[in-house]
Design a protein around this ligand. Structure first.
Ligand SMILES: Nc1ncnc2c1ncn2[C@@H]1O[C@H](COP(=O)(O)OP(=O)(O)OP(=O)(O)O)[C@@H](O)[C@H]1O
Ligand SMILES: [Mg+2]
Ligand SMILES: [Zn+2]
Length: 153
């Protein structure tokens, strides 16, 4: 018999499932857990056996919905993730994350001379040049970025 410890269900909130194995903490950083109100429980499961393929991480956050910008950041680091909105204990909607053609405000340009770092900063913007592997180019200085995880804003 397989014994399983289930995460407690949430009444309202967001489930980020099918996160690539080991990346739950990166997802938490994007969500910015510190900014949530204190009675929102956050549940994390790492290295969970996935029925679909291999291993995965899961993050469940009460009373929070992700901004499109945060969804884009999650799509960058965890392209297999799904995002479910839970309302009154039921899955109200579920979708796969997907990387848009342009990513605004999620990453800092690695070029220190880029106009996006000037005293009157401009919001960063990157064009997605390739998806597998992910390669981005700054819309302002054209700097190509493939180590984007180092540059999350
Ligand atoms: N009330 C709830 N509280 C917490 N998590 C929930 C709740 N209801 C559903 N979930 C989670 O939301 C996600 C989507 O639910 P769904 O029922 O579609 O899952 P599923 O059938 O396992 O689908 P999938 O193929 O995405 O794994 C799953 O991760 C599920 O565990
Ligand atoms: Mg499932
Ligand atoms: Zn730049």
């Amino acid at each position: 018999m397989v014994r399983e410890l289930k995460i407690v269900p949430i009444k309202n909130g967001t489930v980020i499932d099918h996160i690539n194995n080991g990346l739950a903490l990166e997802v938490l950083r994007i969500i910015n857990v510190q900014s949530l109100d204190k009675d929102s429980t956050v549940s994390i499961a790492m290295h969970v056996r996935s029925a679909k393929h291999g291993w995965k991480d899961i993050v469940k956050v009460e009373n929070m919905e992700l901004s499109p910008r945060k969804v884009n950041a999650i799509a960058l680091i965890a392209p297999t993730a799904t995002i479910s909105i839970i309302r009154d204990f039921k899955v109200q909607s579920k979708r796969n994350v997907d990387l848009p053609d342009r990513i605004v405000g999620v990453l800092k340009c690695p070029n220190p001379n880029c106009i996006t770092h000037q005293p009157e900063p401009v919001e960063s913007e990157f064009a997605v040049e390739s998806r597998r592997p992910v390669v981005l180019a700054c819309a302002y200085c054209e700097r190509v970025v493939d180590d984007f995880r180092q540059h999350l804003a």
